[in-house]
Design a protein around this ligand. Structure first.
Ligand code: FE2
Ligand code: FE2
Length: 180
């Protein structure tokens, strides 16, 4: 599916994708920060893994942030919305415990990976710097997905509850970010 965006004057599709993904990584950081806080109590054995995921997301945000700076572009208007939404989702699912935490990561990464693969396909010819940054990030996101998916087996009922909520909200912030 081709990417659609409402671009500002002088803005390229690659600029906009870097902006939206930068805001998304900020959201991911806020999710893991909140989950980590509750995991100390609700899922202590996941604290180490969540700390690694958090460090990855911080690196991703820095990578997209550096691309934005190089392009002379500001961060997305949805940046703080992503942070707040991420924090709320992370706190709620952190409180619900280990399976809800793993189900959240699987649900988010499923949507994020689908978008990132579309973005790479669209940008690799015209914006190799953006595509290169995306490829660096995709490997980590796949790892988060796979590790959490293994933790979730057998999936039980959390995905049925969490998937629609996470999918709708992730799609909504991406849609909004591409048009703001
Ligand atoms: Fe990430
Ligand atoms: Fe991730």
């Amino acid at each position: 599916m081709p990417l659609t965006a409402r671009l500002q004057p002088g803005e390229t599709l690659g600029d906009r994708v870097m902006k939206v993904d930068h805001a998304g990584e900020h959201g991911a950081i806020c999710i893991y920060r909140a989950q980590l806080w509750f995991a100390r109590w609700r899922a202590p054995d996941m604290v180490g893994e969540l700390g690694v995921f958090l460090a990855h997301e911080q690196r991703h945000r820095a990578l997209f942030g550096a691309e934005l700076e190089r392009r002379g572009r500001r961060r997305c208007r949805s940046y703080h919305l992503c942070g707040l939404g991420g924090f709320a989702l992370g706190a709620l699912t952190g409180l619900l415990g280990r399976r809800a935490i793993a189900a959240t990561t699987v649900a988010i990464e499923t949507v994020v990976l689908r978008h990132m693969h579309e973005q790479v396909a669209e940008l690799s010819a015209g914006d190799p710097a953006a595509a290169g940054t995306l490829r660096e990030v995709i490997a980590d996101e796949q790892e988060h997905h796979d590790l959490s998916d293994r933790r979730l087996a057998p999936p039980g009922s959390w995905p049925r509850i969490i998937n629609p909520v996470v999918e709708a909200s992730t799609e909504a912030v991406i849609w909004l970010g591409m048009r703001l």
